[in-house]
Design a protein around this ligand. Structure first.
Ligand SMILES: C[S@@+](CC[C@H](N)C(=O)[O-])C[C@H]1O[C@@H](n2cnc3c(N)ncnc32)[C@H](O)[C@@H]1O
Length: 252
């Protein structure tokens, strides 16, 4: 039997399916009651990021400046393109080295990107909600790293250093088309969203990173509470670790 024979391929496919199914049965320890984790592996295989040359060349430049995987990066890139016609600017809270922010900016060059970060790591952790974060993580960055990355991709940005919203709320644009909240902890997600959402325009969107990521139970809980208390948005749980809240077209 050579390795292109129908029998060989049939066995290979069956084994692959079996392996993936076994991985899907993996259950992880629960860090918080009511927040279970299993290995999520979708069945779909369509991968448009492999055919999107504009995305691929930008991702190549930014990939060393982000801890976000290609699935979420591609989603941010496309959402940024799709919200180009929505009035307002792009906002990111939780920038680190600027990778996801640069992707969104590149996809929508006429918008201004407002980037908020402490540049001294994760803030506002609370052991009552946050399971693995204890404050100060991801401090291995600085504003110059972000500015240099934006220069390399030919986009501009406004960087606002400090704890959001406490120190930098005054710099939040009055109209927002797309916001990416990537701050890891319960309180920072809650407070970032509360400041940002009133400025999000109809058909605009807030993307929450960390939704359902192991160790980000605080951020996940914050999103669940936000969704339960807001009727002016459509919630989407994307299985890649993103949650989306799309503002209704008749809101505001
Ligand atoms: C996971 S990193 C962001 C990752 C980034 N989006 C990327 O492309 O890889 C989280 C960032 O959030 C920042 N952060 C957390 N809470 C914050 C707050 N309340 N205000 C400002 N920055 C905050 C941290 O300093 C850190 O840089």
């Amino acid at each position: 039997m050579d390795n292109t024979s129908p029998d060989f391929l049939r066995v290979l496919r069956a084994e692959r399916r079996d392996l993936l199914n076994r991985m899907r049965q993996t259950r992880f320890e629960s860090l918080k009651q009511g927040c279970s984790h299993s290995q999520v592996i979708p069945f779909a295989t369509y991968s448009p990021w492999l055919d999107d040359e504009a995305f691929a060349s930008t991702f190549e430049i930014v990939k060393d400046c982000t801890m976000v995987d290609i699935y979420r990066c591609y989603e941010l890139y496309r959402l940024s393109r799709q919200t180009r016609h929505v009035p307002g600017e792009i906002v990111e809270v939780g920038v680190w080295r600027g990778g996801t922010a640069a992707l969104m900016a590149h996809a929508s060059p006429r918008k201004t990107s407002h980037l908020f970060d402490t540049f001294s790591g994760v803030a506002k952790h609370d052991p009552k909600f946050d399971t693995l974060y204890s404050g100060g993580e991801h401090a291995d960055t600085d504003e110059d790293t972000v500015r240099n990355l934006f220069e390399r991709i030919g986009a501009s940005c406004e960087v606002h250093r400090g704890v959001f919203p406490d120190d930098t709320l005054a710099f939040l644009p009055e109209m927002i088309c797309l916001a990416h909240i990537d701050v890891d902890t319960y309180q920072s997600v809650k407070e970032s969203f509360a400041s940002i959402w009133p400025n999000v325009q109809p058909n605009g969107v807030v993307v929450f990173d960390d939704y359902g990521i192991f160790g980000c139970e605080g951020a996940t809980q914050a999103v669940n509470e936000i969704v339960a208390s807001h009727r002016d948005g459509l919630f989407i749980h994307n299985l890649n670790g993103h949650a989306l809240l799309l503002k209704h077209s008749k809101a505001n």
